[in-house]
Design a protein around this ligand. Structure first.
Ligand code: IVH
Length: 698
């Protein structure tokens, strides 16, 4: 692989990993199994090792996942909802653990540690609790703060909610605790509370949580502490940062002390001497965990002596003195009742098996994806077969193999449809593709609805239209194509089920606001095959407006950064359709942005590498202010973090933003200060840009 290919693959992997981290930590609805996630992370790691010049500080290999929605906001327009919690920094970063999947990997960890610590050590073996991370601070024996993991450096302050969890003491008992210390662990939702909550949710028509981890994390982020109290969450604590420990010489000793102060610490810990004892612990819990009242997804092996831990230290993401061992995914045997063929927005047809409901890892599995026709053939699936389904951390279970001993003799092989199950058009399979496609791009209802959902999505135009609304609008023939959204009237919206004046108004406001969305996001929203967020940015940068883009040949398209032949052809294809051109014309007439504007972007301008958050009003519009910053090489972000270079405060800035800037030590500058660095829209520049941190707070 040459560096150009590596760059493209690295970009792709980062995109996938970021998106899945966001789904996992923020939406509480991951699409990928932990195993698949780790595989992709390893691939990225090895590419970055091979091509170190491609490493960036924000790569998922350098940063732990984040439960803050702002961490995934790499867009430029600030259209983002805050979680509603105050953010606060962690005194010491909250790190993740390196994962292993086999005893060989564990052995390797042990051998590495033995090399560094020849005098020997013992292990503290613990369960790996499958909940959501928490860090509690006790001052003079009283609970004063509880932070979620956040991005590892800054978390959400959920103290009020944590106070309502019954096994967390607000006041410590006994004596000997440090005047101030942090203790970290996991918030869990036990199986019975989880089942009860999901039953309740289903009764009132809300989507059930896919697993207790998502339920715990979702519950902790509720803005109603009373509801949190009702949900039956529990806490288990497993880590005190060494900096606080002057009362014990080992990790296990420190946890024993914590337990004596009334803190919830697991009883299922063992101090092991040597690898065979460690293996014994892992073997025991591989099966015994099924009888626990809460979810676990592995075990954690920690080097127990604190002096040895300090010797080994940390990488940017993990401690070198601990490793997680993931338990094998559980399996269940069930029968395939029927197969649905779903059509996505690109026309791809995905077979999905309807299963006889079977309990597995705490949830009931009713459906499993079969991916594509080849996968069905590979499994050698026959109608009515009994199959093994597996569900690790993943939400969508997989069929791993057919139980041949249970096959009904003569059971036929299911026939993959020749025509679209929705519109009846004959399917086709492009060369080199594993999937079949419905070619009826304009007329197939499933594709049309998929495109509308994509167009309205948060990362695209961010219109307040969920799947159900789109379904209604489509079925009533009010919206068939994206441009139709902008023709909707208040009275039409009021005909929708359950819609009132206020909902119609909010919807129309979101439509109006969407018109300010930058060209690259509009391009992404169009849903051109293979044009993801990053590709859209690259195209917008290179071509500047939709006219040049739509006229470009495959060769010209391939001159843009990271555009290969497949993407180029797909773009040419898209613009060769009169229907698509008409869409673009109509959207343009509605005022959507189809060019990056006339501003010349100087990526090496004086604001290069500066991340700026703006708040309040200015002498120019906020949009113009963003354009001004970007045209001088700066980047606008909607959320403050330790990476923010400065907060640009106009008239009436948000008090929350000012407070946060102060907490994080981020400099606050005025509009005039900015004009000292970059030319005022109508005048010359005067002063050079200061380095980060040189400006004083006011
Ligand atoms: S120790 C510095 N111990 O698993 C290392 N973590 O995948 C601190 N987890 O971020 C973590 N059970 O949220 C530790 N017994 C245990 C754990 C545990 C679950 C979580 C924790 C961590 C994640 C890593």
């Amino acid at each position: 692989m040459d560096i150009k290919q590596a760059e493209t693959r690295i970009r792709e992997l980062r995109e996938i990993l970021w998106e899945n981290s966001r789904l996992y930590y923020v939406e509480n609805a991951p699409l990928m199994s932990d195993y698949e996630f780790d595989q992709k992370m390893h691939e990225l790691e090895s590419l970055e090792n091979q091509f170190p010049s491609l490493i960036t500080p924000d790569s998922p290999t350098r940063k732990v996942g984040s439960d803050l929605s702002s961490a995934y906001d790499r867009s430029d327009d600030g259209a983002r909802s805050e979680s509603g919690f105050r953010k606060a920094p962690h005194r010491y970063p909250m790190l993740s653990l390196a994962n292993t999947y086999s005893l060989d990997d564990v052995q390797e960890f042990v051998s590495r540690a033995e090399k560094s610590i020849p005098e020997g050590f013992s292990y503290s073996c613990e369960l790996k609790f499958d909940g959501t991370g928490i860090s509690l601070t006790y001052r003079n024996g009283r609970l004063v703060q509880a932070l979620t993991r956040g991005d590892g450096s800054v978390g959400d302050d959920v103290t009020e909610n944590i106070r309502r969890i019954s096994n967390i003491p607000v006041e410590l008992k006994g004596s000997g605790w440090p005047a101030e210390f942090e203790i970290r662990g996991e918030i869990l939702m036990p199986w019975d509370a989880f089942t009860a909550l999901n039953r309740e949710r289903e009764d009132i028509g809300e989507a059930p949580f896919a697993n207790p981890r998502n339920a715990a994390s979702g519950s902790l982020k509720l803005l109603d502490p009373g509801e949190v109290a009702r949900r039956g969450l529990i806490c288990t604590l497993y880590h005190i940062p060494t900096q606080y420990i002057d009362f014990a010489s080992s990790h296990s000793g420190a946890l024993d002390k914590a337990a004596s102060w009334g803190l919830p610490v697991s009883d299922e810990r063992r101090v092991c001497h040597g690898i065979s004892e460690v293996e014994g612990y892992l073997r025991k819990w591989e099966t015994a965990r099924k009888d626990l009242p809460y979810a676990t997804d592995g075990a954690v092996i920690k080097i127990d002596e604190l002096s040895a831990q300090m010797e080994l230290g940390y990488t940017a993401k993990f401690p070198r003195w601990a490793v997680a061992y993931k338990f094998k995914s559980e399996e269940a045997l069930t029968q395939v009742l029927s197969i649905d063929y779903q059509v996505g927005r690109t026309g791809a047809v995905t077979p999905v098996a309807n299963l006889s409901p079977v309990p597995l890892s705490g949830t009931t599995v009713k459906r499993a994806t079969l991916n594509n026709e080849d996968q069905m053939r590979l499994l050698d699936l026959h109608e009515g077969d009994w199959v093994w389904v597996e569900k690790g951390g993943e939400i969508i279970p997989k069929i791993t193999r057919v139980e041949l001993s249970r096959r009904t003799p003569g059971a036929p092989v299911p026939e993959f449809p020749k025509v679209c199950p929705d519109c009846g058009t004959p399917l086709f399979k492009p060369e080199g593709e594993a999937r079949w496609f419905c070619p009826n791009t304009d007329g197939c209802p499933m594709q049309a609805k998929g495109r509308l959902i994509h167009f309205a999505g948060r990362k695209a135009m961010n219109i307040l239209a969920g799947d159900a609304t789109v379904e209604q609008l489509y079925n009533l023939s009010l919206v068939k194509t994206p441009a139709d959204f902008y023709d909707l009237t208040r009275s039409q919206l009021m005909t929708l089920d359950g819609w009132k004046e206020r909902s119609a108004e909010r919807f129309l406001e979101s439509l109006e606001a969407s018109k300010a969305t930058g060209f690259e996001r509009v391009l992404f929203a169009l849903g051109i095959r293979y044009v993801g967020e990053e590709t859209a940015k690259s195209l917008a940068r290179h071509f500047g407006d939709v006219d040049s883009l739509s006229e470009a040949s495959v060769e010209q398209l391939m001159e843009a950064e990271d555009i290969g032949e497949v993407i180029a052809k797909s773009i040419v294809d898209y613009f060769s359709s009169e229907g698509n051109r008409e869409q673009v014309r109509r959207l343009k007439a509605h005022g959507l942005r189809f060019s990056v504007g006339d501003v010349h972007v100087n990526a090496d301008g004086v604001l290069k590498d500066k991340v700026i958050v703006i708040s309040g009003t200015f002498s120019i519009s906020r949009d113009s202010m963003k354009t001004l910053i970007e045209s001088n090489g700066g980047k606008c972000s909607s959320s403050l973090s330790s990476k923010t270079s400065f907060l640009l405060a106009g008239a009436k800035p948000g008090p929350e933003k000012l407070r946060k800037a102060e907490t994080l030590g981020v400099a606050v500058i005025s509009e005039d200060d900015l004009y000292g660095m970059v030319p005022r829209p109508d005048g010359p520049a005067t002063a050079p840009v200061p380095e980060d941190g040189e400006l004083t707070l006011f």
